[in-house]
Write a protein that binds this ligand. Sequence first.
Ligand SMILES: *Cc1c(COP(=O)(O)O)cnc(C)c1O
Length: 369
Amino acid sequence: MAWKVPMTGPLVGEEEANAVRQVILSGWLSGGPKVPEFERAFADFIGVRHAVALCNGTVALHAVLVAMGIGPGDEVIVPDITFISTATSVVHAAATPVFADIDPVTLNLDPQSMERQITARTRAVMPVHYAGQAADMDEILAIARQHGLEVIEDAAEAHGAEYRGRKVGSLGRAAMFSFTPNKNITTGEGGMVTTDDAELAERLRLLRNHGSKITYLHEMVGYNYRMTQMQAAMGIEQLRKLPRILERKRQLAAMLSKAVQEVPGLEPPGSLADRTHVYQLYTIRVNPALAGVTRDQLRDGLTRLGIETRVCFPPLHSQPIFRSGAVLGGSLAQSDRAGEEIVSLPIHNTMTDHETAYIGEGLQGAACR
Ligand SMILES: *Cc1c(COP(=O)(O)O)cnc(C)c1O
C-alpha cells in the first residue's frame, strides 16, 4: 500500500547524486580512494584510530567475530530485543548466540541478565545501542573485564550517539555501524567497523578482500566484503549531513513525545540523562489496560490512517530459527512483555511537521475508541 506516512525516508539529494556521478564517470568503481577517505572521516568523527568499511553491517559483524577468532563452541551474549543480524552474525561465525533480557525502560541489554548468562564458553558480549541510545556500557564493560570477554558494540542504529560524553563506537574493542536506508545516514547498503586496535583493523582489511594484500596472494581464507567507491562517495556526503539530521531527529522526537504523552496508556521512549538518543527508531509502549486497545489494535488503527508502523523488534527467542535448541535458560520476561507492547512509529528526515502532527492525531483516534 502507498503510505501517507512511511517508516523511512532517507535524506539524500544533489550532493550524493553528484558524488556518485563523479565516481561513475571516473571509471574507478571499486578498490579506489573514496573508501579510505570515508574510513578516515568516519574514524575521526567517532574518535577512534581505525575504521574499516564493508559492504553491509551484517557481514561487518561477521568479519569482527572471525577476526577475533570466535567460532565453533564459543558463545556470544546478545540482547533478546534487536534486529536479527546481531544473532545471525554469530551463527554465521559458527558460534552460538545466547539471549539476555532487556531493560524495560530503554529496551537495551540488562547487564545483570547478561552476567547470569555467562558460562565457561562465553567469549564475547554484543550490546546493541537500541534505537540510537547507548546501552549501559560502564556496567557491561566492567562485567566483561571481570570475565575476560570481548565487547563488540552493535552501533548499527546509533551514529553520533553519546554515552557519558563519549561517542558510541569508541567504547568496546570494536563496533559496527550500518548504512542501510532506514538508518540515520545511508550508502544504499554499507557497514563500518570502528576500533583502536590496529591488528584487528588489519585482519578485517584482509578478511574483506579474500585474505589478500598482494593481488592473487592469499594469506587467509577471506571473503568479498568490500564497499564500492559509489557507496563510499555517498557516505562522505551523508556524514557531512549527519549533525543536521540528528538535530531534526531530536525535534521530531520531541513533537512525537508530546503527542504520545497526551494519550492515556501510551509511553514515549525512555531516554536517560547521561546519554544522547539519536532516534534511528522511535519506539513507544502500549499499556492495553490504560489505553483501551492492544498494541496490535493500535497498529491496525494507524494502518487505516495510512501511518506505517513496525514492531522493532520481535524477541529473538520467539523467531522460528531460534525456537528450538541453542538458546540457554534464564528469564526473558521483560523481553516477552516488550514483544507484546512495543511499536515503532515513523521518524525520518523527509517527514514534515504536518505529517508528525498527523501521527499525533492518529494516535488519539486509534487509542481512545
Ligand atoms: C540494521 C541493523 C543491523 C544490520 O545492518 P545491515 O547493514 O542492514 O546488514 C544489525 N544490527 C542492528 C541492531 C541493526 O539495526
